[in-house]
Design a protein around this ligand. Structure first.
Ligand code: SAM
Length: 176
């Protein structure tokens, strides 16, 4: 079975945009408990590396690293694990909100920026990027950069994402 409800969200996004291809190299940021990693492997990815602050139970075929992705050197460790530039960078990273709107907001944007920066630096040309975001989150600066670096940038709200939640996913297609 799938380890997370989040797995259904990635399947919906992938049904729509066909991001995971046979042989794809995939990096998954904020991967615990491993639902997205399972989906990537199930859909034919050849190399998958996931990172999370939390320990992830092993998944055959994936490299799973327990670390803070924002720590120096962790990005290179992920790249080494997949043996070449990624075709797809996924980020479902989210931290526990503290309930102070402005602080939570700044932290969310910081995670998106870090994930987007990594995707822009490392994706092969034509590669794709998916990141969790929250509606009302002013990702203005990072959106502008993504629009320069990718052919298409879209927001999607999967059916399987809770209706009342502000969660949305940013999908950036076809890195230049
Ligand atoms: N996509 C996952 C799945 O399908 O199983 C669910 C991911 S969960 C919504 C978000 C995760 O992001 C949490 O497990 C959290 O520990 C992780 N996270 C938040 N900040 C992180 C960071 N700086 N480095 C690594 N992981 C982080």
């Amino acid at each position: 079975g799938w380890r997370s409800r989040a797995a259904f969200k990635l399947m919906e996004i992938d049904d729509k945009f066909r991001l995971i291809k046979r042989g794809s190299r995939v990096i998954d940021l904020g991967a615990a408990p491993g639902g997205w990693v399972q989906v990537a492997l199930d859909r034919g990815a050849a190399a998958v590396a996931g990172v999370d602050l939390l320990m992830i139970e092993p998944i055959p075929g994936a490299t799973l690293i327990q670390a803070d992705f924002t720590d120096p050197g962790v990005d290179q460790q992920m790249l080494d694990a997949i043996g070449g530039p990624p075709d797809l960078v996924l980020s479902d990273m989210a931290h526990n909100t503290i309930g102070h709107r402005q602080t939570d907001h700044l932290k969310i944007i910081a995670l998106i920026e870090i994930a987007a920066d990594f995707a822009i630096r490392t994706l092969r040309p034509g590669g794709n990027f998916v990141s969790k975001n929250f509606q009302g989150g002013d990702a203005g600066g990072v959106l502008k950069r993504l629009r320069e670096e990718f052919e298409t940038v879209k927001y999607v709200k999967p059916e399987s994402s809770r209706k009342g939640s502000a969660e949305v996913f940013l999908v950036a297609l076809n890195k230049r």
